[in-house]
Design a binder for this molecule. Structure first.
Ligand code: ATP
Ligand code: MG
Length: 212
């Protein structure tokens, strides 16, 4: 009981992604962030299917949502939001708007932490309204094999050091797993056991995702 009380501190993690499919890299990143930053919960936010050419190959959001629910169901601190799916799944959902909606739901007293991998944080300055976003929430950038965070300081030059102070780097055990590789393996008929949860593996096979 005591532990539960301590957890209700208003620290909320947000883990955005396409999750096509969700894998152990995502789950480990969220769990490490939860523990290190005393997050009372981590909300997974699957993205919609924006009509971008490069997004054409994305699996339908209902599949990606279902897999995210299946993968997170065994962690009492994890939940999945349909915030980017129910309103405008065919439009680009900007993280700025999503985080703003989550802030409105939980109130001004909550402290929001957006969790990303190293590759995503290096792209942050291309996100719409990233300066406002950094004021609204802090970032937990977890390490990811194949991506170095040494460029981060350079990206935020000295003029923007106050923005950089809103990004915390968290070193986690490296899992060189990507959704791209899982999709490729399924296509080639290779095993994906131990790269994602067995529930997600079963869901992929049952629904013939990522085949030819
Ligand atoms: P894809 O290969 O389709 O791009 P992905 O594995 O990169 O998929 P995303 O859904 O694009 O997964 O990523 C969601 C978030 O999770 C991003 O912030 C990404 O950096 C992070 N992430 C993904 N895989 C890992 C991993 N193995 N270790 C740490 N962070 C990860
Ligand atoms: Mg990715």
């Amino acid at each position: 009981m005591k532990r539960e009380k301590e957890q209700r501190n208003g620290n909320i993690g947000i883990m955005g992604g396409t999750f096509d499919p969700i894998h152990l890299g995502h789950l480990l990143a969220a769990e490490e962030a939860r523990e290190q930053y005393y997050l009372e919960r981590v909300i997974f936010v699957p993205s919609g299917n924006p009509p971008h050419k490069e997004e054409e190959c994305l699996s339908h959001w209902e599949h990606r949502y279902m897999m995210t629910v299946i993968a997170t169901i065994t962690n009492r601190y994890f939940s999945v939001s349909r915030i980017e799916l129910d309103s405008a799944p065919y439009h680009v959902n900007y993280t700025l708007d999503t985080v703003s909606k989550i802030k409105n739901i939980f109130g001004e007293d909550c402290r929001l932490f957006f969790i990303t991998g190293a590759d995503a944080i290096l792209d942050l300055t291309t996100w719409k309204g990233y300066e406002d976003l950094l004021k609204m929430c802090e970032f937990i950038a977890v390490t990811r094999p194949g991506y170095s965070l040494t460029r981060l300081k350079k990206i935020f030059d000295s003029e923007h050091s106050e923005l950089l102070s809103r990004i915390m780097i968290l070193t986690i055990p490296g899992l060189a797993i990507s959704s791209t590789e899982i999709r490729e393996r399924v296509k080639q008929g290779k095993t994906i056991k131990y790269l994602t949860t067995s529930g997600v593996e079963q869901y992929i096979l049952k629904n013939n995702l990522y085949g030819e």
